[in-house]
Design a protein around this ligand. Structure first.
Ligand SMILES: C[S@@+](CC[C@H](N)C(=O)[O-])C[C@H]1O[C@@H](n2cnc3c(N)ncnc32)[C@H](O)[C@@H]1O
Length: 318
């Protein structure tokens, strides 16, 4: 177990799987660390503490409001810091193009507690607010845009694929019928429409009836899987040999993308299985540190129930 250097971070936000992240990333003084999803800086504060006064922490986030958390973090970090606002897919590629190299890169995917807890951002089905859900508030696509403009089949596909919503088709049909009379502007209107679209018994089991549609819309609005697909190879290309890549994901689609990415690089050879010898010559480029993803302990879940679906995968570049 590492010494507890859990300092008060920029907020009282509790970083997910913090002990496991620190233990597996194992930061050494003098290293360059990239926190690709800075949020409120909870993980960044721990990783900066592990640099013990020497090294550099580069923070990335696409949400404008995280700048304020970063400024507070930077004043206390005790190491060189830099904030780059933007989509990690774009920023990591720019860093790679500029020859930046790093020893450890962390992704803690999805939305932050701060984003969910600010009703005006529109991420929460629990409060009536503008139907927005953009992490980057200068981005063009909003949840209202998708709900009002996408055709019925695309809506159903989004709800099914990104939310695994059982009643995706019924909900899409009810949305399209309702928006002919009135555009959707508020989260509350959408919640009511989802409730009306699903059979009565399903409104009460398996969490809030709008949970899966809200998750699906959020993923679509922010093109979360598209960014991840681009960011993983960009992050890997930045790492020095021996560099660590850590990814915390919160739903199976993300975790599958991370697992596939790591497995392909770990396997190296991609010759068809019936070839007697390898002709492609590809060698393993990374080593995963645990076959199964690391999950939160029951103790962590009592303190932070939002960590319930978190899964951490860590790999070392060989
Ligand atoms: C779960 S929070 C991270 C919390 C952070 N680890 C902490 O301890 O405070 C995820 C953060 O990543 C950001 N984010 C998500 N996808 C992003 C992307 N494609 N590019 C940049 N930032 C992203 C969100 O805006 C959010 O602030």
């Amino acid at each position: 177990m590492l010494p507890n250097v859990l300092q008060p971070s920029a907020t009282d936000h509790v970083p997910v799987l913090a002990d496991a992240v620190r233990e597996l990333i194992a930061i050494e003084p003098g290293e360059t660390v990239i926190d690709a999803t800075f949020g409120a800086g909870g993980h960044a504060a721990l990783l900066a503490a592990d640099l013990r006064g020497s090294g550099k922490l580069i923070a990335i986030d696409r949400d404008q409001t995280t700048r304020e958390y970063f400024d507070r973090f930077a004043r206390r970090a005790g190491v060189a810091t830099r904030f780059l606002r933007g989509d990690f897919a774009v920023v990591l590629r720019q860093l790679a193009d500029n020859g930046v190299q790093a020893d450890a890169i962390l992704f803690d995917l999805g939305v932050s507690s701060m984003q969910i807890d600010r009703p005006e951002r529109g991420f929460s089905y629990a409060a009536d607010a503008p139907l927005d859900m953009r992490m980057d508030t200068s981005a063009e696509v909003t949840a209202a845009g998708i709900v009002n403009e996408a055709d019925e089949r695309d809506l159903a596909t989004i709800f099914k694929r990104y939310g695994e919503e059982r009643y995706a088709r019924q909900i899409a049909r009810t949305i399209v019928r309702r928006r002919k009379e009135q555009r959707f502007e508020r989260t509350g209107d959408l919640v009511e429409t989802i409730r009306a679209a699903i059979p009565a018994p399903a409104r009460f089991g398996d969490g809030h009836p709008a949970k899966r549609v809200f998750q699906a819309l959020r993923i679509a609005v922010n093109d979360e899987l598209g960014s991840l697909e681009i960011a993983l190879p960009a992050a890997f290309s930045i790492l020095h040999p021996g560099g660590r890549l850590a990814v915390i994901s919160f739903h199976s689609l993300e975790d599958r993308a991370v697992k596939r990415f790591m497995r392909d690089l770990e396997r190296g050879c991609d010759c068809p299985p019936d070839f007697p010898v390898c002709v492609c010559g590809r060698k393993p480029e990374l080593r995963t540190l645990s076959r199964k993803p690391v999950r939160p302990t029951p103790a962590e879940l009592t303190v932070n129930p939002r960590a319930a679906s978190a899964r951490l995968r860590v790999a070392v570049k060989t």
